[in-house]
Design a protein around this ligand. Structure first.
Ligand code: ADP
Ligand code: MG
Length: 761
């Protein structure tokens, strides 16, 4: 036969499940994405259950696939009233709660079979999808496994592994399938990436033993140790990969840009209208000495919104230009690119007028490169960049395109770094000094696992003379408060201030999430753009429904709808006659956006209705009031970023977070957390508490992250720390992992997975 394949073409692990278990089982397992023996044995139970210790029925929810261990209370078989056929109803209980089971049948006989098996007192695991009938939860035609069927008494005290199951494939079927293939495997099939010494030190079982203990635990402790081992493995492999990247990057020599006296930097410092903060001085010193050497700098600068990161970056760029290099400043949005250009040119004055009439002899050119340049503008910009005439290039993703040549590039600054993937960072920043900046305070555990390859500096203080922001929660349905909010906006304008009104969407047709992708073309990692979780979204939309049904006067957001920029703009134009209301959102053309920003900054249109486009970096010192509509629709750190747009001058800012969700919901808790503190670091910690692991890692920038199955970056900080230390030492002694082939293989697999993930992303 043509397609016959010798069975030994497969290793024990790569054998298709069809070969190992037969067609039917293989087909069922394939629905879980399991195709080979390896897939199957690496499909782990997510928890243990115990015979005798019954699992809570109280936790089952409608629509969920569940497995419960329970005892039969009663079973009754009777003909159906309205239709032909028979009905078997069974009551089961887990000691606290009861649940009904129903079996229907045209004939009596199959139901009698179940009735015989499910006699009162019988203990079994029941598995199926919870449905609701007349307000009561129940299981229809559950699969079940009776414990008495299992004569092996030695097993009765053993914990039961529980796998994520489907209706067609209950947990114990998976358990049996695994039991069938495990004996065909040997320790040689599971090379262990963890060094023996590390394992011994932390009392961790081998990979082979751990896999057995996870599927067939003899006791809870063995299962827990196996879990701990897998966490260590994930942490160790990830940290090794990061340590290798760091070591490789550091091993590459790059150009050195020592500080020079009497150059642009010095002239710039002399021009600065303010004194640098202590933090800016310290971090500036660190950066200055790092870029002065051939060892590539890889530094993450984190500092709360408004802490003055831009100046730090500009000063570093000038040091590079002084020493004959070029610097690139990568930012996530078009708006931000233009703003940075203006800021940098403003601060540099004549120092930025290189090649122009009236320029000082000591000057360079600041070039901008974004997707909105015309072909002609772009060509000219590219030429000035390629000739080295432009010392500083500010740009969006357009900077990363292949035809951009920056021949003397010595420093890449990446602003709002979480908006870019590792691959994008690398494409600009490999082989040059790199400074990545973020305003999203990163809790230490995440910094270690995601940014393990970067050194971290933090700007903790805000520049002097900044008045700060007060935040208040405003209930949407409280008409008096809402009226007051709009009055307040008018007052602010009357006294020369500027007001942001932020909406979650552009218009009624536009789904909430489209804005981000339009603006930054990149879905985000944890941090600013995390959309509220489905649960909170649901909670908030339900609350909206309930509350808005009988709310008069909320004419800008009808039932079940969130505020849109377009509708809010119309509403405010009517509500605040005499004040010009501007608008800014991601669907406007770049010149329209620039115009809107300018009219806002100049006071021509002192109220700006905007979407999250204003979130990052927009700097209008006169902005004092921000009204965020549907604040519950934004992520916590995104709210914090938004709020950072006001109170930047000497006048105090006020942020009104308007929400229609009911108190007590997770969505409301988040808004409350937001108004309770202005400390970004504290907020980041709260954010972690309120979020689940999945949210934190999300579509993380490091593809490797999405492969963490055991490790929690929120809870397993100690493990990550231990693994980080050990893997760094190991990479130091054995940079190519020649002495650790198993680890090398695991790192390679991780990196391939990551590359894969990038392509998809
Ligand atoms: P961020 O860290 O959020 O990027 P920016 O760099 O945009 O902050 O700085 C915010 C504002 O603070 C800018 O208007 C900037 O000119 C100003 N600023 C920066 N450093 C200082 C300083 N040392 N003293 C006073 N104002 C400063
Ligand atoms: Mg900034």
């Amino acid at each position: 036969m043509v397609q016959a394949v010798a069975s030994d073409d497969w290793t024990a692990l790569s054998r298709p499940l069809e070969r190992a278990l037969g067609k039917r089982t293989a087909k069922a397992l394939e629905r879980l994405g399991l195709k080979t023996v390896e897939d199957l044995v690496l499909h782990f139970p997510f928890r243990l259950a115990h015979r005798g210790e019954l699992m809570p029925i109280s936790q089952v929810r409608e629509g969920e696939s569940v497995t419960v261990v329970a005892q039969v209370l009663s079973a009754s078989l009777r003909p159906m009233n309205a239709r032909k056929g028979f009905l078997l109803t069974v009551r089961i209980a887990d000691g606290r709660n009861e649940l009904g089971l129903t079996f229907f049948g045209k004939a009596m006989r199959p139901l009698q079979y179940h009735e015989r098996r499910l006699q009162a007192g019988t203990i079994a695991t029941f598995s199926g999808t919870i449905s609701s009938y007349r307000g009561e939860l129940q299981l229809n035609h559950p699969e079940y496994e009776i414990y008495d069927d299992e004569p092996d008494l030695s097993k009765i005290s053993q914990p039961i592994p529980i796998y994520h199951a489907t209706e067609k494939l209950p947990s114990w079927h998976i358990e049996r399938a695994i039991a069938a293939v495990l004996p065909t495997l040997t320790a040689a099939d599971f090379p262990d990436p963890l060094p023996a010494g590390y394992r011994a030190l932390h009392h961790l079982p081998s990979r082979f033993d751990a896999i057995h203990a996870l599927h067939q635990p003899t006791e809870d402790k063995a299962w827990e140790q196996a879990n701990a081992r897998m966490k260590h493995e994930e942490a160790f492999v990830l940290q090794t990969s990061l340590a290798q990247r760091a070591a490789q990057a550091r091993g590459r020599k790059v150009s050195a840009f020592p500080a020079t006296a009497g150059g642009l930097l010095q002239a710039f410092d002399e021009r600065l209208p303010f004194a640098l903060t202590d933090g800016q001085v310290t971090v500036g010193g660190e950066i200055s000495s790092e870029i002065a050497t051939c060892v590539p700098m890889q530094r993450l600068l984190q500092g709360d919104v408004g802490s003055g990161k831009t100046i730090v970056a500009v000063r570093a760029m000038l040091q590079v230009v002084d020493a004959g290099g070029q610097a690139a400043f990568l930012v996530p949005t078009e708006v931000l690119a233009w703003q940075h250009l203006r800021t940098i040119e403003g601060l540099m004055g004549e120092l930025a007028m290189g090649g122009q009439l009236g320029s000082s002899t000591q000057s360079t050119r600041v070039e901008i490169l974004t997707g909105s340049l015309t072909a002609g503008q772009r060509r000219k910009a590219l030429a000035r960049i390629a000739s080295g005439e432009a010392g500083i290039v500010v740009g969006t993703h357009a900077l990363l395109s292949e035809d951009v040549q920056i021949p003397f590039l010595g420093l890449a600054v990446i602003d709002e770094q979480h908006r870019f993937g590792v691959d994008q960072r690398d494409s600009l920043a490999s082989g040059v000094h790199t400074l990545v900046m973020t305003a999203t305070p990163i809790p230490r555990t995440i910094a270690m696992s995601v940014f393990g390859d970067l050194d971290v500096s933090t700007l903790r203080e805000l520049p002097q003379g900044r008045a700060g922001v007060t935040s208040t929660l405003v209930p949407l349905h409280n008409e008096r408060w809402m009226d007051r909010a709009w009055e307040r906006a008018a007052e602010e304008v009357a006294s020369g201030g500027r007001v942001f009104v932020v909406c979650p969407r552009i218009d009624a047709d536009q789904p909430e999430d489209a804005e981000q992708s339009e603006e930054s073309e990149q879905l985000d990692a944890f941090g600013d753009d995390e959309a509220p979780t489905d649960a909170s979204r649901l909670a908030s939309s339900r609350a909206h429904e309930q509350e808005q049904l009988n709310v008069p006067g909320t004419d800008i957001a009808s039932k079940d709808e969130v505020h849109s920029a377009v509708a809010t703009h119309d509403f405010l134009t009517g509500r605040l006659p005499g004040i010009t209301i501007g608008m800014l959102h991601g669907r406007m053309k770049p010149d329209e956006k620039a115009m809107a920003m300018e009219r806002f900054a100049s006071g021509q249109a002192p109220i700006l209705v905007a979407t999250t486009v204003v979130e990052v970096g927009v700097d209008v010192p006169d902005a004092t009031l921000m009204i965020i509509l549907d604040a519950d629709r934004f992520g916590l750190s995104q709210l914090h970023q938004l709020r950072g747009r006001i109170g930047r001058g000497t006048k105090a800012g006020l942020c009104l977070a308007v929400t229609g969700v009911a108190s007590g919901t997770l969505a409301h808790d988040r808004v409350e957390a937001f108004v309770s503190t202005t400390d970004g670091f504290e907020l980041a910690e709260k954010d972690l508490e309120l979020r689940s692991e999945g949210d934190v890692l999300g579509a993380s920038q490091s593809g490797g992250q999405s492969h963490l199955r055991f490790l929690s970056v929120v809870r397993d900080a100690p493990t990550i720390e231990v693994a980080r230390e050990a893997s760094r030492a190991l990479v130091h002694d054995d940079p190519d992992l020649t002495l650790h082939p198993e680890l090398a293989a695991a790192v390679a697999t991780l990196d391939t997975g990551r590359a894969h993930y990038m392509e998809k992303g």
